[in-house]
Design a protein around this ligand. Structure first.
Ligand SMILES: NC(=O)c1ccc[n+]([C@@H]2O[C@H](COP(=O)([O-])OP(=O)(O)OC[C@H]3O[C@@H](n4cnc5c(N)ncnc54)[C@H](OP(=O)(O)O)[C@@H]3O)[C@@H](O)[C@H]2O)c1
Length: 393
């Protein structure tokens, strides 16, 4: 068996650590060539000790210097590079087979695009890359022979339920609809009035999944499902009308594909991100993930509900952004990143996130998405406007 050689971007995050756990379980199958982190030097140091990459990239200069010194003291031969541009070097290393794109937010876009242009197999967790660029990432992947494999649990579930030999970006034959499930987040049952008072600590306390803070807040506002709706439309070449969002609080059915003959295929499992990551790391083979087996008897019951758009307006904003076209999805993503960061910092209320996003999208949805730099310009403008709105209120 040939070992697959990995570059893991965002190695210190929730997805990065789950990926490394799979490497730990399957050292014969996977070898870590490169890792990246932003500020968590200590965690990256521990990962270097255990996985011995050739090269790592740190966002923070000071942390990078400390990390290099500590590795030198231990006589561990790892090259430490600094800064966002070095992520591009890392994904283009000729002996890297798989790039795990698991940086949080828009910061993951340039490296994911570079991996596509380098013709790599990309395990895509960073949904923002697709949300921001629309079809561009898929087109670049196709042009350069890169393979995009979805790690997001719902998209991975859909991918697993697609016809054999399915390629992302292609309209699947015989598929009528996709049912995209959502846990509903921690506030699914809360009244609109009570939503006004929720704290960041409550918002990041997801009932089923342990994730980074930003995506956890997105799950609570349902913006994550909105971003996933955009991601699904692009990855599976479907329209928003062909994708139904279903709230399923147990997070056991990770999504379903409805075929024209009435057959509905679902992928199920315990809520553990190691399952979709293992599926894509070993693809087209199957390997153990370490996740607990699904125990349906002890679950007793699976529930399904329609989403409440009045309580969670972010979901509709994502559909609106898709319909606007242009750079609207990038604008929405940028505004949301700012609003979530401000909420986590305690400067705005949970319910402010949605109206700030709505205002920014309303004002900037017309911005152009072509060429690529226009997307970054739209991202910048949306961030600046979101901050201005927050300051004025
Ligand atoms: N967690 C999940 O279960 C899950 C599921 C589906 C999809 N995703 C997607 O996967 C991505 C990562 O999510 P996560 O939950 O793993 O996030 P996370 O735990 O917050 O980790 C984010 C990672 O990105 C790095 N990072 C953050 N900002 C950066 C920047 N400006 N430049 C370079 N690196 C940066 C972090 O480094 P430091 O640790 O040094 O800050 C960390 O390694 C997101 O796009 C998310 O939507 C996550």
């Amino acid at each position: 068996m040939t070992q697959k050689r990995l570059a893991i971007l965002g190695a210190t995050g929730s997805i990065g650590c789950s990926t490394l756990d799979l490497v730990r379980q399957h050292p014969d199958r996977f070898k870590v060539i490169a890792l990246s982190a932003n500020t968590q030097g200590n965690k990256l140091f521990e990962q270097c000790l255990e996985f011995r990459p050739e090269v790592v990239v740190m966002g923070d200069d000071k942390e990078a210097k400390t990390l290099q010194d500590r590795l030198n003291q231990k006589n561990i031969n790892v090259e430490v590079l600094t800064g966002a541009s070095e992520l591009l070097t890392l994904v283009q290393l000729p002996h890297v087979d798989i790039v795990v794109s698991a940086i949080m937010g828009a910061a993951g876009l340039r490296s994911t695009l570079a991996a596509a242009r380098a013709g790599k197999t990309i395990l895509l967790a960073n949904k923002e890359s697709l949300v921001m660029t629309g079809n561009l990432l898929l087109q670049e992947a196709k042009k350069h022979g890169a393979i995009l494999l979805p790690v997001d649990s719902e998209h991975n579930a859909i991918f697993q339920c697609m016809p054999p030999n399915y390629t992302c970006g292609v309209r699947p034959v015989g598929v009528r609809r996709i049912l995209l499930t959502a846990s509903g987040g921690p506030f699914f049952k809360l009244s609109s009035h009570d939503l006004d008072k929720v704290t960041p600590e409550e918002a990041i306390n997801h009932p089923n999944w342990r994730m980074g803070k930003k995506i956890s807040v997105d799950c609570a506002t349902l913006m994550n499902k909105g971003l996933e709706l955009i991601e699904a439309c692009l990855l599976f070449s479907m329209t928003p009308d062909e994708i139904e969002i279903v709230i399923h609080p147990q997070s056991v059915i990770h999504s379903l594909v409805d075929y024209v003959d009435g057959s509905v295929l679902a992928q199920c499992g315990t809520p553990d991100m190691r399952i979709p990551i293992a599926n894509m790391l070993a693809w087209p083979d199957r390997i153990g993930s370490g996740a607990k087996p699904l125990d349906l008897i002890s679950l007793h019951q699976l529930e399904f509900y329609a989403p409440c758009h009045n309580k969670f307006p972010c979901l509709q904003l994502a559909t609106d952004a898709l319909r606007f076209g242009n750079a609207a999805t990038a604008v929405l993503n940028a505004s949301n990143e700012v609003a979530v960061a401000e909420f986590l910092a305690g400067r705005i209320k949970f319910t402010d996130i949605a109206w700030i996003n709505q205002k920014v999208l309303g004002e900037l949805h017309h911005l152009a998405a072509d060429p690529l730099e226009a997307i970054f310009e739209a991202d910048n403008q949306a961030r600046a406007l979101a901050l201005r709105i927050i300051k004025m209120n």
